[in-house]
Design a protein around this ligand. Structure first.
Ligand code: BGC
Length: 265
């Protein structure tokens, strides 16, 4: 019997003994968690989603995180993404979450709610790492910029699959405004933009990123990447642009990877 087979026959398996870890993605509207099989990057069982409490204060969010972990009966390592700069586990920005997060030491806060080891990292950084591990080959080689287009614009800078964390180029001023204030998918919805109108804005932002950073490719994630074949044709930059493969699974998967690998930005 192989080690794997004997584990599968275990009558009381502890999931983290099977190359699994738990990922939680904290977003503006939902906090989502799942057990992740790190061999495949797939979820084990269902994803659990609980609405983000409003206001999304640190203790309110931590309570929901603990609830998700408890409901899933998980007692191993946990990775948690935040839509924020996370430096040495301290939250340093809060563009799309409650401002009271700024300056919070995530280890101190969440240590009061979780019994197992955990790590906190930026949501786009987590998603970028997941694309490197389980996505397109393009994400793994050379200088690549991964972007998530959602409530904001998140970014992960990757060099041969290695992450330079907390890059935050969604806040770069392009023209008159921050990139994410003109080209996130939330702005498309808020302003009722047609796909082509919005894609032109994305194009402008990508032109600026291309001119400044000269990556070998852009990988675009976030829910709207699912419709990339509808808007990708309106882009005119020279750098190849590909849609992310993991879509909205990426944050949770990247968080679980960080937990397992002990990545602690
Ligand atoms: C935040 C980033 C985050 C991105 C996507 C931005 O507003 O500053 O930290 O990665 O939104 O959620």
């Amino acid at each position: 019997m192989t080690a794997q087979e004997s584990q599968q026959q275990d009558t009381n398996p502890s999931p983290q003994h099977h190359g699994h870890a738990f990922g939680i993605d904290v977003g503006g509207s939902g906090i989502k968690g799942a057990v992740v099989d790190l061999a495949t990057g797939e979820f084990v069982g269902d994803r659990l989603k609980i609405a983000t409490p409003q206001p999304a204060t640190p203790d309110a969010v931590a309570t929901v995180i603990a609830q998700i972990v408890a409901e899933k009966n998980w007692d191993g390592p946990v990775g948690i993404t935040m839509p924020a700069v996370v430096k040495e586990q301290i939250i340093r920005s809060a563009a799309n979450i409650d401002k009271s997060w700024i300056g919070v030491d995530a280890q101190d806060l969440l240590g009061k709610y979780l019994d197992a080891p955990f790590t906190v990292l930026n949501d786009a950084d987590a998603a970028g790492l997941a694309e490197v591990a389980y996505g397109d080959d393009v994400a793994r080689s050379g200088p690549v910029i991964f972007l998530t287009l959602g409530t904001g614009i998140g970014s992960a800078f990757l060099l041969d699959g290695q992450l330079f964390p907390n890059t935050e180029i969604g806040h770069l001023i392009v023209g008159e405004k921050e990139a994410e204030h003109q080209a996130s998918s939330a702005v498309k919805d808020r302003e009722g933009l047609k796909t082509k109108q919005w894609a032109k804005r994305v194009n402008r932002v990508l032109h600026e990123y291309e001119a400044l950073f000269n990556p070998s490719a852009f990988v675009i994630g976030g829910g709207i990447s699912r419709k990339f074949d509808k808007w990708g044709e309106h882009l005119s930059i020279e750098t190849p642009v590909v849609a992310a493969q993991l879509r909205n699974r990426a944050g949770i998967v990247g968080a679980a990877m960080a937990a397992k690998e002990g990545i602690r930005p």
